[in-house]
Write a protein that binds this ligand. Sequence first.
Ligand code: NAD
Ligand code: DAU
Length: 342
Amino acid sequence: MPFRSILVTGGAGFIGSNFVRMVAREHPKTVITVLDALTYAGNLENIADLVDSGSVRFIKGDIREPAAVRVAMDNAEVVFNFAAETHVDRSIEEAASFIETDIQGTYNLLNFARELKVKRYVQISTDEVYGSSAGKDFDETSPLRPGNPYSASKCGGDLMCLAFANTYRLPLVITRSSNNFGPYQHVEKFIPLFITNAMEGKDLPLYGDGLHERDWIFVEDNCRAILAVAEKGNDGEVYNIAVGKSQPNLRVAELILKHVGKTNSRIVFIEDRKGHDRAYRLAAEKVRVLGWAPRTEFAPAMEETVRWYVDNRGWWERVKSGAFREYYEKQYKDKLAKGKTK
Ligand code: NAD
Ligand code: DAU
């Protein structure tokens, strides 16, 4: 990787931690700083080994606070913004924190990226900004039609990015990927919830008729695409990232049960999510022109993912019970109190 030093916001979350782990493993000379507020979704355990070994400098801080952003961005050549409120169901209950983090937080990052003249700013966005697709693949020029408060907030962040690219010529790129799955994903999300519920002998709650479709991408494939866009993407451009193999939630649930060794009788159909987007379908040729292609097929990646949750039961049990916070606070108490671990 040609980058000397990077700032990864949200690097203690699901995709951010996988990204940090990949960069640390494959590009050990790159200096990595993580800025993360450690919300309910952030888990220092996800990168604790890298923080302990000194491969990652960790700063506990909030992208909504300009002072924290200023400190973290010092010396960063490239900024990757993964930090966001991300769970659709939570945004339906309460959207204020989504607006604050996903829009205001992005604005703070853009301001300092401009002031400090970062070489590149990478905004991690989502296929949800285009809204539900009725049989049509959305490309990067498709209109934004968010279907829930989360995706509306992500649209706000994206639009602010595009405004900064146009107004101030800030060298930035935006990635919009489909649904990720893999290790370290929070158990509130569909795949980890269903794997862990199946392991615990609990019901698997499918929304509506279970025929809503998602185009699942293994998290490592998305992380590689993000790197490719950061390195080779054109300033001011958006890049969709997807595999192009949508499938209904019911089929995914059945596959999970098969891997965990349980019967389909555990699936229960429950009341649908409000405003539930039926499907997301992306045209993603543009990122392939940069040389990226997914390396992983869905079925083996799902098998690997189930194995990870089986092998890391302590991790998800601590997340489910909330004990993970106590776990890392005990380990990092003094350092976190100073707002920094190193
Ligand atoms: P996540 O919820 O697992 O992690 C989010 C991280 O951001 C957490 O570590 C959290 O502590 C941190 N964070 C939240 N608010 C913050 C704030 N104000 N300041 C600093 N840190 C804060 O999310 P994820 O699934 O890893 O998603 C990462 C990014 O990728 C998000 O921008 C999301 O919109 C986008 N995305 C996710 C998916 C997916 O399938 N998970 C798909 C497409 C795009
Ligand atoms: O498409 C990208 C988006 O994918 C990201 O931008 C979001 O941050 C991420 O949370 C995800 O959003 P979804 O709403 O698609 O993911 P979730 O895991 O919440 O749900 C996936 C599908 O499974 C969706 O159709 C709703 C359904 N579902 C989900 C849960 C939690 C259920 O049927 N039952 C459940 O209990």
